[in-house]
Design a protein around this ligand. Structure first.
Ligand SMILES: *Cc1c(COP(=O)(O)O)cnc(C)c1O
Length: 373
């Protein structure tokens, strides 16, 4: 059996391609997780994370685990069994939040949208008013559908009802304008492998003073020992008390990836993502394909395209991978077989990649029998 790993252009919903500088950082010698030299790496990583989240929150750390670990940490630390939590659900990841919250013993009150549209603000407000929930959760970029949920109105509802706002920024941090402090988000989490272009394995998370006050007044222990943020803070904060062995190599990689983000400049990076997405949307429409989400609700980091009638989406994706070395994804849940999902995240979000992709996609669709109208 061959052990050669192909080099792919990763244009799916994550992971994204990683810069050579990050790959190089992954070969840094291993240090003990309490070595003073490593503690300095941790401090730098936290500082960089604060700059990328645009926050001064002291509790700003990478959770050991993928984006779902960040999601679970946010949920289990902010709700206690029997409490209500409103979840804005516009797709697969909103449903995942709801499922985790139910497992944590919360009474989930969903505010649902049809797949492919954003959640209606009035539905969220009504759910909060009716349930008296003190926690609201929403997904910024819903990667299953490609919508971008506007956050300011949700913050407004959270403040008016004295609720905490949890935001899933897994597919937006580093790719879509997001300012945690200016908006007033209480808990925000992401993942290393999407718009930050670091391998999968870490979930950056930040929690506001309001969120920490809520943690302090809990009556029950956090159900997860591993994801207990108060305990994690005793390792990442000034006390440096061992909790679990830090994934040292991944933290080197994250630090380097965050340095790249800061060197480029957040605003320049957001603009790069916006422009690449515009080029992609225009190109797809020029080919005669239909975008699934209306333009004003579209996320720049993940685009859904309707699979043309009579075309087998799996065959097209297989062809893209085998003949062109390009990965994109198919639809999840109700959108299975109905859409292609194209990610332009982090390193991958360039005009050059868009042109490469459009030519390959056109060829693969035609090879699978598609004839543009
Ligand atoms: C990818 C993704 C997740 C899950 O992250 P994993 O790293 O796969 O655990 C959660 N939310 C959104 C919006 C995502 O795109």
């Amino acid at each position: 059996m061959s052990t050669a790993i192909p080099e792919r252009l990763l244009l799916g919903p994550g992971p994204s391609n990683v810069s050579p500088r990050v790959l190089q950082a992954l070969t840094t010698p291993i240090l003990g997780h309490l070595d003073p030299a490593f503690l300095q790496v941790m401090d730098e990583t936290m500082d960089l994370l604060r700059r990328v989240f645009r926050t001064r929150n002291e509790l700003t750390i990478p959770i050991s685990g993928t984006g779902s670990a960040g999601m679970e940490a946010a949920i289990v630390n902010m709700v206690e069994p029997g409490e209500s939590m409103v979840v804005a659900i516009a797709g697969y990841f909103g449903e995942r939040i709801a499922e985790m919250a139910r497992r944590a013993g919360a009474e989930v009150v969903p505010a649902r949208a049809d797949w492919g549209t954003i959640v209606d603000l009035q539905a969220v407000e009504e759910a909060v008013r009716r349930s008296g929930a003190r926690v609201i959760a929403a997904v910024h970029v819903e990667t299953s559908t490609g919508i971008l949920q506007p956050l300011p109105p949700l913050v407004d509802v959270a403040r008016r009802y004295d609720a905490l706002l949890l935001v899933d920024a897994v597919a937006s941090l580093g790719g879509v304008p997001l300012d945690v402090d200016e908006l007033g988000i209480d808990v925000c989490y992401s993942a290393s492998q999407k718009c930050l272009s670091v391998p999968p394995g870490l979930a950056p998370l930040t929690a506001s003073a309001r969120a920490r006050a809520r943690m302090a007044e809990r009556r029950t222990k956090v159900q997860s020992w591993y994801l207990d943020l108060s305990m994690l803070q005793t390792y990442w904060g000034t006390e440096r008390i061992y909790h679990h062995t830090a994934p040292v190599t991944m933290i080197y990689g994250l630090r380097e990836g965050l340095r790249l983000v800061v060197e480029e400049g957040l605003e320049a990076r957001w603009e790069r993502h916006r422009r690449a997405a515009q080029t992609l949307w225009q190109g797809l429409q020029r080919l005669g394909l239909r975008l699934y989400v209306p333009e004003e609700q579209r996320a720049p980091t993940l685009t859904t395209v309707a699979v043309p009638v009579g075309v087998d989406d799996l065959a097209v994706r297989r062809r893209l991978l085998q003949d062109h070395n390009i990965e994109i994804a198919g639809g999840l849940g109700p959108l299975r077989g109905k859409v292609f999902r194209i990610g332009l995240m982090g390193e991958g979000s360039t005009a050059g990649n868009v042109h490469t992709f459009l030519a390959a996609f056109d060829a693969a669709l035609r090879a699978e029998g598609w004839r543009a109208a």
